[in-house]
Design a protein around this ligand. Sequence first.
Ligand code: AMP
Ligand code: MG
Length: 304
Amino acid sequence: MDVNGPKVRKYLKKFIVGPEKKIRLKNYDTDWVQHESFRNQPEGEIKNLLMGVLEKDQNDLFAAQELLAASHQYGILIVLQGMDTAGKDGTIRHVMSGVNPQGCDVHSFKVPGPEDHAHDFLWRYEKVLPERGMIGIFNRSYYEDVLVVHVHPERMEELPKVIGPDSEGFWDGRYKDINAFEKHLVRNGTLVLKFFLHISKDEQKKRLLDRLAHKEKYWKFSVADIAERQYWDDYQVAYEEMLSATSTKYAPWFVVPADHKWMARTVVAEAITSAIDGLNLSYPTFSDDQIKHLMDAKKDLEEE
Ligand code: AMP
Ligand code: MG
């Protein structure tokens, strides 16, 4: 089977979570090699094909980002979520490897500090949104505020009891706030693309063990990840609820099969390039008058 870019693009819609859909993560493959589209293909072949697509996308993304900057109409917000070891950092490194560093901003969100907790939960993310012409990447995001703190409400800022996590409709309220926030961004010219890197529990175990098998990877290992792994099922439920509530037409979620890093990276790269293509951007045009001014400037420089 010939898996070229356009074909992978066609498959992309399989990963988009439809608005209002009740998501069951069990129905989403973490190992896309099992997918019907690739059935009977040796894994090595699929890998080679997709690596080729990724390489093409890296070049396309370079051009797309330049056009994004030149046209200066839209900004792009890319949200990456996933369990520990899902491959968020690697995806950023590979997908964005060809992009002009000046056109791209990456923000990794860690445990919030006192200043963050002194504000509303969207505050720290709002401060660093991408401006027009830029691609902004959130490595973790405001979605942590309905994921990790949904699993561990005690890690949340202290809110008055009547509006806190035990109050009625609290989580529903947060999803609504997020949807409204994203609607606001989209209405103001920010394209919002959200990726959940979906790995299996077995794959996480392999990756954690791999970090402990190589001295140069020790730094990536955190004992806290083992503690968090005990809550795997609770996280899956929190993810399902969040994905069902916040995948909208204007800001869709992609559930990305992430047990194979090359698969995840290619799907993300394809989704981003095809979304930028969909904006139908063009380089700014110049009137005859403006061109005359430019040519006058050229003449002045040449005759200097
Ligand atoms: P890492 O991305 O592996 O460096 O870890 C960052 C840690 O910060 C993870 O354990 C996240 O769950 C945690 N974190 C990120 N955002 C939040 C948040 N809004 N509230 C609580 N914990 C968070
Ligand atoms: Mg980590």
